[in-house]
Design a protein around this ligand. Structure first.
Ligand code: NAD
Length: 443
């Protein structure tokens, strides 16, 4: 099938490459000229396991094209995906300007029937706005062309995006139009052979499904973080509690890890946007608000641990930081806990020596050159001359480090572990002062 994807970010590029890998002919449109130039040279702007060979293969066999020409993009695809960003507005609601800009672009160039599929995460009612935007531009052009707007939210996880797209748990399609439903079924048929993953529903329900899914996952995390804070105060070990409750099949082991708060481009923004949506319909979402509040507080936890150890005297301290990305297997630092920690440390007059396997470039891009941030080539180099070690991201290479080296390099033998990678007893044996999450050393 002929498909066009607007936006070559984490969602658009992965989706386009995966669709091309099964034989669809996909044109990717982005307004970022540099990104498009790089993609044509085989340079992939993001780190996502398995993505580079997929994109290069698609480009070489001609099934994946990259362009900044929206005219070409619109004329190519019978299906037009919108996969552009929906960042939070000042009040927390999703900013739809990029989505509506694509809608206007499609309407400006379309000459025949198109199915416009919204993959961006957008508030309930956005499909109506996209439809209205297209209708308005068509009216200005004084033409009548049939079109349909479908909601097809994306559930991929950064760090496992290619696999998630190739083997989705479910494919949610919001549409009341039989022709569109048939086209979407045909488009996704190669991913639907093992068992039926298509879940059809009305457009508004599809839009809400995405927010409900992310909010449920964020709720699990904030709930566990709340339990971990309680465990600390009650002298319990949250890791034992985690195993104890995970064994209940109604709860399960997934997504109940306590930590230093959730980040990324989705959970914080989507929970905030859903809170905003609720307010618009005169509803006070007590659970969602608590999920958000707990998370904001949890992101300060590592700083509080350091402040506790150093009696509030953090000025001139040099802190080693392992892990910058918001989770492993990605270079994405959007809303990462590492940012909240670094900013708190800088405000207190401390400096940071950081290492991350993939996100160093992104960190450099975000913060530029500054005296209180040194990006180090290895995790060992980040320890040199540092006063304490903090872990923000559970990259596997941090799981079994040389603890003797850590003790030898640090000025103070203290580890603040935001991901519970180590055992408190083992740390005590090694003479390390260890702050985990919900495992003692209460602040
Ligand atoms: P991103 O910021 O990585 O990429 C967006 C891309 O869109 C950029 O390359 C930008 O240049 C491009 N763009 C902006 N305006 C454009 C226009 N008018 N025409 C063409 N291109 C344009 O965003 P992302 O992380 O891929 O997220 C996209 C959407 O998908 C968001 O709504 C997000 O909430 C949602 N989502 C993201 C994830 C994730 O893990 N990142 C998962 C599921 C859903």
């Amino acid at each position: 099938m002929k498909v066009t994807v607007f936006g070559t970010g984490y969602v658009g590029l992965v989706q386009a490459a995966v669709l091309a890998s099964v034989g669809h002919h996909v044109v990717c449109v982005d307004i970022d000229q540099r990104k498009i130039d790089d993609l044509k040279k085989g340079i992939i702007p993001i780190y996502e396991p398995g993505l580079t060979p997929l994109v290069q293969e698609g480009y070489q066999n001609g099934l994946l094209e990259f362009t900044t020409s929206s005219e070409h993009g619109v004329s190519h695809g019978d299906i037009q995906f919108i996969a552009v960003g929906t960042p939070p507005d000042e009040d927390g609601s999703a900013d739809l300007k990029y989505v509506l800009a694509v809608a206007a672009t499609v309407a400006t160039h379309m000459e025949q029937h198109k199915i416009i599929v919204n993959k961006s995460t957008v508030p309930v009612g956005t499909a109506d706005k996209v439809r209205a935007q297209i209708a308005e531009v068509l009216a200005q052009r004084n033409v009548t062309i049939d079109f349909d707007v479908v909601s097809n939210p994306e559930f991929l996880k950064e760090g496992a995006a290619v696999n998630d797209c190739k083997k989705p748990d479910r494919i949610v399609v919001g549409s009341e139009n039989e022709k569109s439903k048939k086209a979407m079924t045909e488009l996704y048929a190669p991913f639907n052979r093992n068992h039926d993953r298509m879940i059809f529903m009305d457009v508004r329900s599809a839009e809400l499904t995405k927010y409900a899914a992310n909010s449920m996952l964020a709720t699990k995390i904030s709930f566990m973080n709340e339990m971990s804070n309680l465990a600390e105060r009650l002298g319990a070990d949250i890791e034992a509690v985690r195993r104890g409750i995970g064994s209940d099949s109604r709860i399960g082991y997934q997504f109940i890890y306590p930590g230093c708060g959730y980040g990324g481009s989705c959970f914080p923004k989507d929970v905030q946007a859903l809170i905003r949506t609720a307010h618009e319909v005169d509803y006070q979402p007590a659970v969602l608000q608590a999920v958000e509040n707990v998370n904001v507080k949890q992101k300060q936890k590592l700083f509080e641990n350091l402040s506790d150890y150093f009696d509030g005297q953090l000025a001139q301290k040099n802190i080693a930081l392992w892990g910058l990305s918001f989770k492993p297997q990605t270079d994405d630092m959007r809303e990462a806990s590492s940012i909240a920690l670094m900013e708190a440390l800088w405000s207190a007059g401390a400096s940071v020596q950081a290492y991350d396997p993939e996100a160093m470039e992104e960190c450099q891009r975000l913060f530029g050159k500054r005296d209180d941030l040194r990006l180090m080539g290895t995790k060992e180099a980040a320890l040199q001359g540092a006063d304490a070690l903090v872990i923000c991201t559970e990259w596997s290479r941090f799981r079994a480090p040389d603890f003797d080296l850590i003790v030898a390099e640090l000025n103070h033998p203290v580890i603040v572990d935001g991901r519970n990678l180590y055992e408190p007893d083992a740390m005590e044996e090694k003479g390390i002062v260890y702050y985990g999450i919900g495992r003692g050393q209460s602040v």
